[in-house]
Design a binder for this molecule. Structure first.
Ligand SMILES: [Fe+2]
Length: 191
């Protein structure tokens, strides 16, 4: 085993121990929440958006698990994992949608699309990132200190976030994705 791999393995063991209850390794645990990184070259933008949706839904399920485990059963490692992944994943997904997917949708004929749709989705992105910023701070605090200051309020915040995110994703999958896919079906390399 190389020095770097040995160091990473040691760090994962330490993170698992700090979590209290058994948790899988750090890198393995974070993987479902990550942006695509070098793998993104394998996907077109539409496929990448749908994959980002899957990862955000996985993250929503984890946030729901945290809400259900408050206040005493919460896993500290899970909180740290989600805290470190939440904003980067949102930034990546929102940037992709706002720079490629939404402009493609907006360029379609008026009869094909609903007016003001992407403007509303962009506003939801800003709201989600502000909300996620607050959640990240609390999740890091729970992960570091192991205590939940106001479990009822935090549970309410978590549920508000993941329920809103699921609605947002459902709309993009059911309305945006099919229209954009159909519009570019004849030129698949453009989207
Ligand atoms: Fe979105």
């Amino acid at each position: 085993m190389s020095a770097n791999a040995s160091q990473a393995s040691k760090r994962e063991r330490q993170m698992s121990m700090r979590g209290g209850r058994y948790s899988p390794g750090w890198r393995q645990y974070r993987a479902p929440f990550q942006p695509l990184g070098n793998d993104r070259a394998m996907f077109g933008p539409l496929q990448e958006m749908l994959l980002m949706h899957e990862r955000k839904l996985t993250l929503c399920s984890t946030l729901e698990d945290i809400a259900d485990s408050l206040p005493e059963q919460v896993e500290r490692l899970t909180c740290l994992t989600v805290a470190s992944a939440l904003l980067p994943l949102l930034h990546h997904a929102h940037h992709l949608e706002e720079t490629i997917i939404f402009p493609a949708y907006d360029a379609l004929p008026d009869a094909t699309k609903a007016a003001g749709t992407t403007q509303r989705l962009r506003i939801e992105h800003v709201e989600d990132e502000c909300f996620a910023d607050e959640l990240t701070e609390i999740l890091f605090k729970i992960g570091r200190e192991g205590e939940v200051a106001n479990a009822e309020m935090f549970g309410f915040m978590l549920r508000g976030f993941f329920e809103g995110t699921r609605r947002h994703i459902a709309f993009e999958r059911e309305h945006i994705a099919p229209i954009v896919r159909a519009a570019f079906a004849k030129s698949p390399h453009e989207i």
